[in-house]
Design a protein around this ligand. Structure first.
Ligand SMILES: O=P(O)(O)OC[C@@H](O)[C@@H](O)c1c[nH]c2ccccc12
Length: 273
């Protein structure tokens, strides 16, 4: 079993021993540019993140709300960020001493364009431990799953409150963790969640021994605490990407970059209480 397989599993084992919930930020790589992303990843680790979803910017982010759509636009406009760049950012962060498990987050098209053989030949050696492909349902992911398993990369599936009888099938095949989507619709900060969210999480918990994490709409310490009671991890994307958007001008000037990173660190550590 390759070392990458253990990164995510080892993190959840350690968190369970410590009685803690994983805080899993999502960021768009290259927002506002690739150098800033390497600094932001280090800041997220310092702020207490337990693993990171590294988003591949995409021109047609179907499941994303406006905040992450704008982040993709910035990354594509400023640095024409490609899947290869995202993989390199993971390698650079590892080389700079970041220990956090990296989860590559990409719609399926960029991976297909890159080539599955080339992709899996590369990612394992670059310190990536898992991947999430939100627009690839389990009914169509057999080839990707097989190649991910062979490369020691965890293919992390999403389940939604509407998944119903598919929950068991999805949860059984899950590696790393099961990504439980808290609400229907697209990503974005929310005040409330799907009305059946608690029963849904209980159902997913009962369907697998694999860790479960909740995402979509989470932006405050209270919400992190609430979901931390039922899940092993909490994913926060838009709220962090919005903070990055706010400090982009600071990040882009050398004399204020540190202040920008400090504000991101403060926001993320505030989520952990
Ligand atoms: O942004 P939110 O509401 O905090 O949700 C996490 C989300 O950003 C991240 O996991 C994600 C980014 N793009 C996605 C597309 C589909 C599912 C999940 C995602």
């Amino acid at each position: 079993m390759s070392i990458q397989r253990n990164d995510i599993d080892a993190a959840f084992r350690r968190l369970r021993e410590e009685g803690r919930t994983a805080l899993i930020p999502f960021i768009t790589v290259g927002d506002p540019d690739l150098a800033a992303t390497v600094d932001i990843i280090a800041a997220l680790e310092e702020a207490g993140a337990d693993m990171i979803e590294l988003g591949v910017p995409y021109s047609d982010p179907l499941a994303d709300g406006p905040v992450i759509q704008r982040a993709s636009e910035r990354a594509l406009a400023n640095a024409r960020v490609t899947l290869a760049d995202v993989i390199e950012v993971a390698a650079q962060s590892r080389a700079a001493g970041v220990q956090l498990p990296f989860i590559l987050f990409s719609y399926y098209n960029p991976i297909l364009q890159f080539g599955l053989d080339r992709f899996f030949g590369l990612v394992a050696s670059k310190g990536i431990s898992g991947m999430i492909v939100p627009d690839l349902p389990i009914e169509e992911d057999a080839e990707l799953r097989e190649m991910a398993e062979a490369a020691g990369i965890h293919l992390i599936p999403l389940v939604a409150p509407t998944s119903n009888d598919r929950v068991k099938r999805i949860a059984e095949k899950a590696r790393g963790f099961v990504y439980c989507v808290s609400s229907l619709g697209v990503t974005g900060v929310r005040a409330d969640f799907h009305q059946g969210i608690d029963e849904f999480l209980t159902t997913v918990r009962g369907a697998t021994d694999t860790p479960i994490a909740v995402g979509f709409g989470i932006s405050s310490r209270e919400q992190v605490e609430r979901f931390g009671k039922q899940a092993d991890g909490v994913i926060v994307g838009s709220a962090i990407v919005r903070k990055i958007e706010e400090v982009v001008p600071l990040l882009q000037a050398s004399e204020t970059k540190r202040e920008g990173l400090a504000q991101i660190r403060a926001f993320v550590s505030g989520l952990k209480g």
